[in-house]
Write a protein that binds this ligand. Structure first.
Ligand SMILES: Cc1ncc(COP(=O)(O)O)c(C=O)c1O
Length: 426
């Protein structure tokens, strides 16, 4: 039986390797969803490995074709697990880390320290020392205290360190306030006058080598204008060897999201760069969300279906413990009953198991006759879900499972109840 338009639209939100079997059930990366749920339990985060690799190549090749002296760097905060670091390092990407934890994960995964870009608006001396000692190629200076701390660390060792200055260009992209970083009032970076001051100071530094400037104006940005504006803003600061243009391209979470393509995004930045930046400068970019979001699918089991007062609540065995995006910035998600993803049926509120009314995975989603025991699949959960997962209500964080060519392997196991007590002292 041919899938309806609604079913095709719904399946279109799942990773490229997704199909339907003869019964109409989802097959992720060649593996039936029922097999994945049986093998790993629920909730579980399933990741289509070829989708991430394909996206990494599109970014790396697309950028190199437009600006040969360049590198695509993965903003690892979007999915900081060693298997993902390893995969993207294998694809030749640099790695952006925010703080000592991500730095340690990247090194453990075998990332080349020279390709590390170290971020953070509140880097401790310990973290800066770790980065310097690891040989991190680039540290992004967010404030004058970073400069003081780095100079003290390097004076003691006699080493030199390459740095960029993070610039806040006073651009406010059309995205949720919680993930907007380019505006005056953002806690990140230095406004243009202060950035000029930091640049002047770094030019006089014996130990810090000013390589250039960095800008990142926000996340889940669905129009191109802010990206070009950000390049114009950093161009105003003068000529440098390196311009790191950050990340921020949005992903397609719902039917109504229409993010620009990777190629259109790269065009938007490099078109302005070709006009305003020195032709021999090196360009870095740092996509996070758009590198991994669309490769991920969260699987849940329905625990309860409750109707009343004009509402249907479909409650699953996960929620804000494994997906905080809804609570933090009201990210919208679609969802499907994994064995019958029709995109039609009753309008339901898909809710989690946690003791918060805000613990909602989707405020309005059509599900076909939802029943206890049904498998629910939520697409586009590859970014900032694992990263933000937590143990609220004693939830055990779910496993991460890679699928490709009909094979599956866990790259992170599910937490156990014993894990919940791992740090407790008698
Ligand atoms: C400095 C920096 N670079 C890159 C990113 C990645 O952004 P996105 O995941 O939206 O691509 C972030 C995310 O907040 C960031 O803070």
């Amino acid at each position: 039986m041919a899938a309806t338009q609604a079913a095709q639209d719904l399946v279109g939100l799942f990773p490229n390797g997704t199909s339907l079997d003869a019964t109409g059930a989802l097959v992720l990366g060649g593996v039936p969803v029922a097999e994945l749920a049986e093998t790993y339990g629920t909730p579980a985060l399933i990741v289509d490995e070829p989708s991430i690799r394909a996206r990494a190549r599109r970014y790396a090749d697309g950028l190199a074709a437009r600006w040969p002296n360049s590198r695509a760097t993965f903003a690892s905060k979007a999915f900081p697990c060693t298997a993902v670091y390893r995969l993207l390092a294998e694809e030749g990407l640099g790695i952006d880390v925010a703080g000592g934890g991500e730095l340690t994960l990247a090194l453990a995964a075998g990332a080349d320290p020279a390709g590390l870009v170290v971020h953070g608006n509140a880097k401790t001396e310990e973290e800066l020392r770790l980065a310097v000692e690891a040989g991190a190629g680039t540290i992004v200076v967010d404030n004058f205290d970073d400069i003081d701390k780095l100079e003290a660390i390097l004076d003691a060792t006699g080493a030199e360190q390459g740095v960029l200055v993070r610039v806040t260009p006073d651009i406010r992209p059309d995205t949720h306030e919680a993930i907007s970083t380019g505006q005056n009032g953002s806690k990140f970076g230095l406004l243009l006058p202060q950035a000029r001051e930091a640049i002047a100071r770094l030019r006089g530094s014996d130990r810090l080598r000013l390589d250039g400037v960095h800008v990142h104006v926000g996340s889940q940005i669905l129009d191109l204008e802010p990206f070009g504006q950000a390049v114009e803003a950093v161009a105003e600061l003068g000529e440098f060897a390196v311009y790191d243009l950050g990340g921020g391209l949005g992903s397609r979470y719902t039917y109504t999201d229409h993010p620009p393509t990777v190629e259109a995004y790269l065009d938007a930045m490099t078109d302005v760069a070709k006009r305003l930046l020195p032709t021999d400068a090196r360009i870095l970019i740092e996509p996070g969300r758009s590198m991994v979001a669309e490769s991920g699918v969260s699987l849940y089991r329905v625990v309860s279906v409750k109707r009343g007062g004009g509402h249907t609540f479909v409650a699953v065995d996960g929620g804000m413990g494994d997906n905080l995006e809804v609570s933090l910035y009201q990210q919208r998600f679609e969802a499907a009953i994994a064995t019958r993803p029709t995109g039609e049926g009753e309008l339901c509120r898909l809710v989690g198991r946690h003791c918060e009314s805000g613990d909602t995975l989707s405020a309005g989603v059509r599900l076909e006759d939802p029943r206890v025991g049904d498998l629910i699949a939520v697409p586009v959960t590859g970014a900032y879900t694992y990263a933000l997962s937590n143990n609220y209500n004693g939830a055990r964080r779910p496993p991460v499972v890679f699928v490709r060519d009909g094979e599956h392997r866990a790259v992170v196991r599910r937490e156990t109840y014993a894990d919940l007590m791992r740090r407790d002292l008698p």
